[in-house]
Design a protein around this ligand. Structure first.
Ligand SMILES: [Zn+2]
Length: 406
């Protein structure tokens, strides 16, 4: 071997060694300064990683509807763990929702998130929608942990606390009417005298992320159990029945919309529910049949939801609905008068068949509507909603129903 050949080969060997060292360095992964915790009640399923810029990239897991193109991610709820003072940047992806068979529009400029540094007091802050339906969130750690969520969470443990208070009351009761797909109990709360002149039925949380309905019900229950002069006056006029959390399984797992079988609990109300796929609806129907048989048919029913509009959704099944429409006009007016509601009712061109509102009217002859609470913005208060706003709405609903039935 010539000396030059030897030197060239030696050089190649040294370089190869360097390449090997360099690629070993590329395989080394830096220890992140941030941990994302999703192992607690109502936390949302997500994959996450830290990118080279130290940002958290969170890929949300879609909630899919059975035998349908529909999929949804609205809910996010997780805990950030990092040293106090750390600047945290989070990019959440997978908001390519499909609703009623159509790809959802871009994320709204009004999008908000809530954050809590003590798991008690929540603050609403704007998110920056990024191209490709991604959500950009940035904040500084004010404690070693931060809870981040799409709306202020209301969990099964919150419901259990409310049910425990109701069970202590002499004017209220809690009845288990059946079980969810995963075997959680479904309760109907009654507040007031069963022989009161009028009966009201409320359902909340058919869609798992829509905590606003639960906070609203909580506010109404607090007011009615307060036994103050107003509450006693209301309950002389009406008795309230509430299914406070229809989609308990979805809430437990931190999902967005469907029940554990991928069933939308606010669809297909034009037909009797399948007891295996939609037990949450099936047991509610059985309860309604019993109420009607006992001559206790509800005079009004509201299904409380969250969306980005905030309207009262008027049911429009075929047939003469003139008496119902004049009732809904009255309800709209009373909501404006006694609460912060300003969003108004849906127009005659709007129809959403298969909702609880339409099904209860068509199949059970109950005047019913879906009340959507805007989860991004309360126009009447010019602020993003927190639990306290929905609680105050609920407290004032007592007066709305009193005047509605009067
Ligand atoms: Zn909903």
């Amino acid at each position: 071997m010539k000396l030059t050949t030897f030197l060239v080969l030696a050089l190649v060997g040294v370089l190869a060694g360097r390449v090997a060292v360099a690629s070993a360095a590329a395989d080394t992964v830096a220890t992140p300064k941030i941990f994302i915790h999703t192992g607690f009640e109502n936390a949302s399923p997500m994959n996450w990683r830290i990118d080279s810029a130290g940002r958290v990239i969170g890929s949300m897991v879609y909630d899919h509807e059975r035998f349908s193109p529909n999929r949804a991610v609205n809910h996010y709820h997780f805990r950030v763990e990092a040293a106090r003072g750390t600047e945290v940047t989070i990019i959440l992806e997978n908001f390519d929702n499909i609703w009623n068979g159509r790809l959802a529009s871009d994320l709204s400029e009004k999008s908000r998130y809530v954050v809590s540094f003590d798991h008690k007091k929540w603050e609403s802050r704007p998110v920056v929608p990024l191209p490709g339906r991604r959500v950009f969130i940035q904040f500084k750690m004010e404690a070693p942990f931060a809870y981040v969520a799409s709306v202020e969470p209301y969990r099964i443990s919150d419901l259990d606390k409310m049910l425990a208070r109701i069970k202590q009351s002499k004017i209220a009761s809690v009845t288990t009417i059946g079980k969810t797909s995963e075997g959680r109990s479904l309760e109907i709360v009654r507040i007031g005298n069963e022989n009161a002149p009028k009966r009201l039925f409320l359902r909340a949380r058919a869609h798992a992320f829509e905590a606003g309905g639960n906070w609203t019900v909580e506010g109404l229950v607090q007011k009615l159990l307060s036994n103050d002069e107003d509450a006693r006056r209301y309950l002389k006029t009406y008795c309230v029945y509430i299914l406070p959390m229809a989609n308990k399984d979805g809430v437990a797992h931190g999902k967005t919309r469907f029940n554990a079988n991928g069933y939308d609990l606010n669809r297909k109300w034009d037909k009797p529910a399948d007891s295996l796929i939609a037990p949450e609806n099936y047991y509610l129907e059985q309860w309604l049949h019993r109420m009607i048989k006992d001559r206790k048919k509800p005079d009004l029913a509201l299904d409380i939801h969250n969306d980005a509009g905030g309207n009262l959704h008027i049911s429009r099944p075929d047939g003469d609905i003139s008496a119902y429409l004049s009732d809904m006009e009255k309800l709209d007016m009373l909501l404006r008068k006694h609460t912060w509601f300003t969003e108004g009712s849906t127009k005659p061109s709007f129809r959403n068949p298969g909702t609880l509102g339409e099904g209860l009217m068509e199949r059970f002859g109950v005047h019913a509507a879906v009340y959507e609470l805007n989860y991004e913005w309360i126009a009447g208060l010019k602020k993003a909603p927190l639990a306290e706003d929905w609680l105050s709405l609920g407290k004032n609903l007592g007066e709305v129903f009193y005047n509605y039935f009067k």
